[in-house]
Ligand binder design. Structure first.
Ligand code: ADP
Ligand code: MG
Length: 657
């Protein structure tokens, strides 16, 4: 069944070469019960690892069931370890946070036979652990743990059992039990190879191989050894079948298994998992909340723009480029009420005009004080800016002419000064002057930066000459006749200003600006976009930091679980199995962080809306973006630790302390 020829293995320890095996040849037939004996360091374990396909020889040949498998790839080796070979180690190597049953089931996962869990139970019962099935290794005695390990080695019905000092850590009573179990397995037809240095253990075996310094010095069969006919052909077929037909396991079954393993690993270290989930959670939460804030700001700005009317033109002193403040003094054009009047005469293209000045005003009503924006405007402001009073009336042309002290209040001002009382007809003071309240402005809402209802509107003349003492107007609002005449109106206004002031082209460029709604819209949208991107970037950085946290945890976890990885490989996990398991673990953590982050982000956005009154909008896009991004983070930052885990050599990993 097994034949090795001229196997050598040398270890490099710094500069010293340790020859663990030199030219070992050996044949083991079906049904044999073999003990490999020898002093410590004589190469017994090395030989067993090579026989068990856990390690490769430097030179020599290996035949299994008549098939040359010397040059077998890692995947194929893993498959043979999983299906043909069972291992029992001196240190048991059970996974500490799993029950006896879960430990015994492990090889089934890698064989794609998860549906056979009953088999694991059956094997546990056979080794006498019927009443310990749900116990964890630390709740079992050494002998019981070794019996779990034997059950684990048997679930895939192997042909060969390799046991490396299986009784080394056991008391004499357990020793006998374990040996009896192994003997029974041999009687059922399995090849059993035991590495031991105890003669009383070797006494049970039919063949004893003695080793010293990496060579076999004696090989004796006991006279009573059963003569077993070679059934190489059948077993050879099994080997070739396994090698030629890679296991086919449905992706779904496999995924569920990986998920279970990942969940178990996460649960076994709850605090650490929670902390790394928290990192992603905070990242996703801030992405959601920040984007919602940006989106809300954008929507409220769009709403405001819509309320402005699309035919609006805004004439202001100063250059567009310098945001209304010209760098060179003297070139700024200042507008007067007369300018507004002459603009209103362009009746071909202009429907109405409203000059505007703004300033701050201290408002007093009774014992209430409120400081707000006061805007002086013309009578046509009502229609141009859609400022139709919700209650009361707007002021008239003649009231503007007479510089009447009448005021319309925004809803915020009403609330601050009057509370629930009706303000219409009341008299209040603005900067010490008495004003009569004639109306309440329609509510326009607040956005993140600005409460549009915190304002008061008075006649422009009153504002200029009585309240602020200004000679010039700040802005002139012009409503074009039709949407089609916007460009014509803009040109006509520009021409009028240039002609009246005899401006040269350079001055014209610098000294005043006429903007239409689409300009304004573009600017505002660009601004909100920049802001959203900035907020998003900050949130993205925190997501990144969360990802690095996960990588950190995974790296620690790889180191900590080195022996687990070694064991999984020994019982048949391939490179890919280990890699996927760790990746799924990282992804599961970041996915959970993503889900809870979305929920928390949503809650934060809602809280902002409720308590700050800002418009906040959680978009489906941001939810999709941040959850998928968190998954990508899981993969990206899980990849390296997963690769590191998968690349571990099974024997090195098992030896790791
Ligand atoms: P045994 O199991 O008979 O006690 P081993 O097969 O474990 O002996 O070891 C044989 C020799 O190879 C010993 O001298 C040991 O020190 C050396 N050896 C085994 N594994 C390694 C390794 N990974 N690195 C270096 N030397 C090793
Ligand atoms: Mg050893």
């Amino acid at each position: 069944m097994i034949e090795i020829k001229n196997i050598s293995k040398t270890y490099q320890m710094g500069k010293v070469e340790v020859k663990a095996l030199t030219g070992v040849s050996l044949k083991i037939s079906s049904g044999e019960f073999v003990a490999i004996m020898g002093a410590s360091g004589s190469g017994k374990s090395t030989l067993m690892h090579i026989l068990g396909l856990l390690d490769r020889a430097d030179s020599g040949a290996y035949y299994l069931g008549g098939k040359d498998i010397t040059q077998l790839g890692d995947e194929d080796q893993a498959r043979l370890r999983n299906r043909i070979i069972g291992f029992v180690f001196q240190q048991f190597h059970l996974l500490p946070r799993m029950s006896a049953l879960e430990n015994a089931e492990l090889p089934l996962i890698y064989a794609g036979k998860r549906h056979l869990v009953a088999k694991a139970k059956e094997e546990l019962i056979k080794v006498g652990l019927a009443d310990r099935i749900s116990h964890r290794p630390n709740e079992l005695s050494g002998g019981q743990q070794q019996r779990v390990a034997i059950a684990r080695s048997l679930v895939n019905d192997p042909l060969i059992i390799f046991a490396d000092e299986p009784t080394g850590n056991l008391d004499s009573k357990s020793k006998v039990e374990i040996i009896n179990i192994l003997q029974k397995l041999n009687q059922q037809g399995k090849i059993v190879v035991i590495v031991t240095h105890e003669p009383e253990v070797a006494a049970y075996c039919q063949r004893v191989i003695q080793m010293r310094d990496g060579v076999i010095i004696s090989d004796q069969r006991k006279p009573e050894a059963r003569k077993i006919p070679e059934v190489v052909s059948i077993e050879g077929n099994l080997v070739s079948n396994l090698l030629s037909r890679p296991r086919k396991i449905s992706g779904e079954t496999k995924f569920l298994d990986y998920l279970r393993q990942a969940a178990a690993a996460m649960l076994s270290n709850k605090m650490r998992s929670i902390l790394s989930i928290l990192g992603i959670l905070i990242g996703v939460c801030s992405v959601i909340a920040m984007l919602a804030l940006g989106q809300g700001a954008k929507e409220s700005i769009q709403k405001q723009l819509a309320s402005l009317g699309s035919n609006l033109l805004v004439v202001r002193p100063g250059s567009l480029k310098t945001h209304g403040v010209s760098m060179q003094t003297g070139t700024v054009t200042r507008f007067t009420l007369a300018d507004a009047a002459s603009m209103a005469k362009l009746t071909e293209v202009v429907k109405s005009v409203s000059p505007s000045v703004t300033g701050r005003g201290q408002m007093v009503y009774g014992s209430n004080n409120w400081n707000t924006q006061v805007e002086g405007v013309g009578a046509d402001y009502e229609s141009i800016r859609a400022a139709y009073p919700a209650v009361g009336r707007f002021f008239t042309e003649s009231e503007v002419k007479m510089r009447e002290k009448v005021v319309l209040l925004g809803t915020t001002v009403v609330k601050e000064l009057f509370g629930e009382a009706d303000p219409i007809g009341q008299t209040l003071k603005i900067n010490l002057l008495n004003f009569k309240v004639i109306g309440i402005l329609p509510a326009k809402g607040a956005n993140t930066f600005h409460d549009q209802d915190d304002t008061a509107v008075i006649p422009v003349t009153t504002a200029m000459f009585r309240v602020f003492g200004k000679e010039y107007v700040d802005t002139i609002y012009v409503e074009a006749k039709t949407p089609d005449s916007i460009d014509a109106a803009q040109a006509a206004l520009s021409e009028l200003i240039i002609k009246q002031r005899r401006l040269n082209p350079k001055e014209a460029e610098e000294s005043f600006q006429i903007r239409n709604m689409s300009d304004i819209k573009d600017t505002l949208e660009a601004t909100t976009k920049t802001m959203s991107m900035l907020l998003g970037a900050i949130a993205g950085i925190s997501l990144l930091v969360g990802g690095i946290g996960i990588m950190n945890i995974m790296l620690v976890s790889v180191t900590e679980r080195t022996r687990e990885i070694g064991l999984r490989k020994a019982i048949g996990a391939t490179h890919k199995d280990i890699m996927v398991q760790f990746l799924i673990e990282a992804m599961l953590m970041s996915f959970l962080g993503g889900i809870f982050g979305v929920l928390l982000g949503w809650a934060v956005a809602t809280l902002i809306t409720v308590f700050a009154g800002w418009t906040v909008r959680v978009s489906l896009f941001s939810v999709a973006l941040s959850t998928s991004f968190s998954l990508v983070i899981g993969v990206t930052f899980g990849l390296w630790p997963a690769k590191k885990a998968a690349a571990l050599d099974p024997i090195e990993a098992l030896r790791y302390e």
